[in-house]
Design a protein. Sequence first.
Length: 128
Amino acid sequence: MWNGDYAQAPRVISPHFTVHAALLDGGDGSSIRGADGLVAWISQTRAAFPDLRFSLQIGPLIAGEHASVRWTATATATGTYAGGFPGAKAQPGTTVTFTGTLRIKDGKFVEYWLNSDTFQLLTQLHAV
């Protein structure tokens, strides 16, 4: 899904899926719930960064019925930031990188932590 294919979302995202994040719009992620909420958020993110590619950094780490992975999102050098982010002065084509962690339970994603350095992302976008 994070690479742009949303077809499997209902199958792999728990209806109780939650996000823990200091979002760039000032929100805390609590309004992002379930497969529909996650797909909408990912779609919004990909509108600003259409060529994002996500890769595993660590994982999966498995303990009983729980699993966790840490990923890195990197926008490639051919497109990257598309422009339009409020307050950003970065030129379209600026490369950005950020990270996050997912928790999996019973074969479905149940929690997501945006544990990236938000200040670093804002700096990459020339928004601070």
